[in-house]
Design a protein. Structure first.
Length: 305
């Protein structure tokens, strides 16, 4: 139903009774709600990327300028708008580093350049200015909180979730008929055998599975299992919680992409929400304080004159 058709039938045809059709109104509200909730996290991700790239651009600008004014601030914002597209499809990172390199290296490079460059201007007394100190402080807190949230969520909580998800599928470690039934009911990707045949798994996951199998082969324990989480959301079917289990010389590989993707999505959304909130405080707080001091100094000069 188009918007024009919706607004056309939302009212009754009788001119004497222009009441609202509540059924259609309820349908429209549900559509708007679903559309909003379906897009809000994309907006948060974009906003978080905007803030971190803005901090990089402002820091790099302050390497070459002693003070920050409206013209240089708009120039930094223009650069951010160019880099903003990188946060969606990593085109710029792939252009610089190639498609086989993690595109997050671009962000690491920008962080290193901005911190080192502005840090030098703050350390050297004759180059030090209030503007550089404020932007450097904001950049440090942006990078620090990003690393903190990444360590807490991605490197600590997410592996624990993947561990629980993978071991929750241990019922699939069974004879072939039972394994096929469990894996079919739970939408799992499963394999068992003495020699690993990786055709059912993503190439990114295969090497990790082979490494776990070799590790289990080296263990003297006859029955043993291990887990890992593959969280590469840049390739198809690259996000999965995997259980690798051995009994003697026989192995099982049980992959759960359904709950693996859910866990990854929750962690990713939490990471960007926290980053967006924290970076807003640090960045706009620093710019607000800088504007306040500039205004205060300008008033003092006007009174002195």
């Amino acid at each position: 139903m188009s918007n024009r058709e919706f607004f056309k039938i939302m009212w009754t045809e009788d001119a004497s009774d222009r009441s609202i059709d509540l059924d259609h109104f309820s349908l429209s509200f549900t559509y708007i709600r679903d559309w909003f909730t379906g897009n809000i996290f994309d907006w948060i991700v974009d906003y978080s990327h905007l803030l971190i790239y803005l901090s990089f651009a402002l820091s790099i600008t302050m390497i070459f300028r002693r003070t920050l004014n409206a013209k240089s601030g708009l120039g930094a914002l223009f650069v951010v708008l160019l880099l903003w597209h990188q946060g969606e499809n990593y085109t710029l990172a792939h252009l610089i580093f190639g498609p086989s390199v993690n595109p997050q290296f671009l962000n690491l490079g920008l962080a290193a350049v901005s911190l080192l460059g502005v840090g030098v201007t703050v350390v050297v007394k004759q180059w030090r200015t209030l503007d550089r100190i404020m932007i450097f402080s904001a950049q440090c807190t942006v990078v620090a909180t990003t690393l903190l949230f990444h360590m807490l969520l991605v490197q600590t909580i997410l592996p624990g979730w993947n561990f629980s998800i993978a071991w929750g599928n241990v019922a699939a470690v069974a004879v072939p008929s039972e394994m096929d039934r469990v894996c079919g009911e739970s939408s799992l990707v499963c394999w068992q055998g003495d020699t690993f045949e990786p055709s059912a798994f993503n190439p990114y996951i295969r090497d990790q599975v082979r490494a776990r199998i070799e590790m289990l082969k080296s263990e003297p324990i006859a029955e043993l299992g291990t887990t890992f989480g593959s969280d590469n959301d840049l390739v198809s079917n690259g996000t999965m919680a995997v259980l690798v289990y051995k009994k003697g010389s026989h192995f099982w590989v049980i992959g759960d992409s359904r709950y693996g993707v859910r866990a990854h999505t929750v962690i990713l959304r939490s990471f960007y929400i926290l980053c967006a909130a924290a970076h807003s405080v640090w960045l706009f707080g620093a710019l607000g304080l800088l504007w306040f001091h500039k205004r205060r100094f300008a008033r003092r000069r006007s009174f002195a004159d």
